[in-house]
Write a protein that binds this ligand. Structure first.
Ligand SMILES: C[S@@+](CC[C@H](N)C(=O)[O-])C[C@H]1O[C@@H](n2cnc3c(N)ncnc32)[C@H](O)[C@@H]1O
Length: 273
């Protein structure tokens, strides 16, 4: 069930889900360093049940299930029906379509993780409080989020390249739901504390994410603002658009490899006993 609260985001991510599902293998490859970080976190202690918030097509959910073996159940939750429809079911995983901000959980988790799935809430404090309700006392949270746009130039390059092609798109509101909404660490710490979490620690994490150069165009064509621009254009126009925007990414191409520096926060906290 999805709620009315985050209905704009639900619409947005349902529209994006098809591209994410098409490019699932590429996303999983590019973001693997951050998936590994969360799988390592899961291995730090025995776990009974793990929740992956805003799981998208479920790479992190599956990776944690694989790392932990059969016993713990790993649940991936996402507001987007199309993302979950594209999520491969492997290992001891279960997927739920729901809004993490409002969903009534009928079970608790001793670890709650997310890779880039918690920056889109209309009311982040309410969402983090709801996730606390879903966490066993003493349980932990570990979220990966983006730092500032200035530190994440691959994403801003995509925004800039797509902007002239999407003249009607509303400007990004840095304070509203969006990829950079938790970029201000001091403010983010307060949001988690107001949500009732203990021991909130926010640390920078830097990784270089890579993919073969031949996957760059399929990546751009399926994900993010360039995919939206392509979808909005006439079919005949699409190859020209791809050619035009591809050049903007030359600085990230090193021989036959694309290198994307990812400047992130790792947010950890625990549920009061
Ligand atoms: C950038 S994608 C990340 C997907 C996935 N975690 C990954 O790393 O591949 C953000 C995800 O958050 C989900 N999302 C946004 N708002 C949400 C909400 N209120 N409740 C649950 N999921 C949400 C979106 O549908 C989307 O799948």
């Amino acid at each position: 069930m999805t709620s009315e609260v985050n209905s704009e985001q639900a619409k947005w991510w349902n529209a994006a889900g098809e591209g994410w599902a098409n490019a699932q293998d590429i996303v999983d490859l590019v973001l693997r360093p951050l998936e590994e970080l969360l799988a390592q976190k899961a291995l730090e202690r025995p776990r009974h049940r793990v929740l992956d918030v805003g799981c998208g097509t479920g790479a992190v959910t599956r990776a944690i299930a694989k790392a932990l073996g059969d016993a713990p159940e790993c649940v991936g939750l996402d507001i987007s029906q199309t993302m979950i429809a594209g999520a491969a079911r492997e290992g001891n995983v279960r997927f739920v379509v729901a809004d993490a901000q409002t969903h009534t959980f009928d079970e608790t988790f001793d670890l709650v993780v997310s890779r880039f799935g918690v920056m889109f809430f209309e009311d982040p404090t309410a969402a983090f409080r709801n996730l606390l309700r879903a966490t066993t006392p003493g349980g932990e949270l570990c979220f990966i989020t983006w730092r500032t746009p200035e530190e994440n130039s691959f994403m801003t390059t995509a925004q800039k390249a797509a902007a002239p092609l999407l003249p009607d798109a509303p400007p990004l509101d840095p304070n509203g739901p969006g990829p950079f909404s938790l970029a201000d660490a001091d403010n983010t710490k307060k949001l988690f504390e107001q949500g009732g979490w203990d021991g909130v620690v926010i640390q920078p994490v830097d990784r270089v994410c890579t993919m073969p150069e031949k996957l760059l165009v399929p990546y751009l064509s399926n994900l993010g603002p360039i995919a939206r621009a392509i979808k909005a254009a006439d079919v005949d126009e699409r190859p020209r658009i791809i050619d035009d925007v591809r050049g903007a990414f030359d600085e990230f191409v090193h021989g036959d490899e694309v290198r994307v520096p990812a400047a992130c926060w790792q947010i950890t906290a625990s549920a009061p006993l």
